[in-house]
Design a protein around this ligand. Structure first.
Ligand code: FMN
Length: 218
């Protein structure tokens, strides 16, 4: 293995220090993130600050993607003017509840992610860029896999900062691309309302598969 430099050692120290303080989330944290968390369909009249949204991003950005390609791009729709752009693009069933949300995040995947290769992978600045140029059929699956992973991290980060999420893909994505990502290679993945969820708006919890139905020990 190569010799470790100062930054490698610092990263290792950070993990050791964190592990000396916490080894597992406690039950209340699991409640907040998983067991009591829901997809919301209505929102309390409580505003969300820019700082909270910055914190959401600052958490999700740390989670892993293949070769660190980080393709997610986010437009936080906060103003009435920006919401008006979104309104006609939403499927009817999603329109009222989305317009009612304090913030709606448009989660897009940048299909030009490899242009940032030298910043995101300075140890191998052309590796992914060359691979994508030689195999352009890989661009869309890489953007979609990694962008969707980051979108899932987004939902969990929203919950981690004490907010609620309402993910939705019921919208005209091509129209959203024209309205929000014009002149870029970003393609809309799905949208996610963010705010303080109104508990009276959640639907019945739908069934989930039990471990033995979908998992196997080999
Ligand atoms: C990618 C994605 C797209 C979704 N699209 C919609 C949608 O268009 N409209 C809607 O009402 N709910 C939508 N949902 C919400 C799901 O139906 C909901 O998350 C699921 O039933 C689980 O609900 P729960 O988190 O309350 O258990 C979507 C969820 C995800 C993750």
């Amino acid at each position: 293995m190569d010799a470790k430099d100062e930054l490698d050692l610092k990263a290792q120290e950070l993990i050791k220090e964190a592990r000396s303080r916490v080894t597992e989330l406690d039950e209340t944290a699991k409640l907040l993130l998983f067991k009591a968390a829901r997809s919301f369909n209505g929102w309390k009249e409580k505003t969300v600050s820019d700082d909270q949204l910055r914190e959401v991003y600052d958490l999700l950005k740390l989670c892993p993607t293949s070769a660190n390609v980080c393709p997610i791009r986010i437009k936080f729709i906060c103003s009435k003017t920006a919401k008006k752009l979104l309104q006609p693009i939403l499927f009817e069933a999603n329109r009222a509840k989305t317009m009612d949300a304090p913030v709606v995040a448009i989660l897009g995947n940048d299909h030009a992610f490899f242009e940032h290769n030298s910043f995101l992978a300075p140890h191998k600045p052309q590796g992914i860029a060359d691979r994508m140029q030689e195999n352009p059929q890989l661009v869309a699956p890489w953007a979609n896999l990694n962008g969707t992973l980051q979108a899932a991290y987004f939902i969990m980060a929203v919950r981690a900062v004490g907010l609620d999420a309402g993910p939705m893909q019921g919208l005209d994505k091509e129209a959203a691309d024209r309205a929000f990502w014009e002149g870029t290679e970003v393609k809309t993945n799905f949208i996610c309302s963010v705010g303080y969820g109104d508990e009276t708006t959640v639907f019945k919890k739908l069934p989930r598969f039990e471990f033995d139905q979908v998992c196997e020990f080999l």
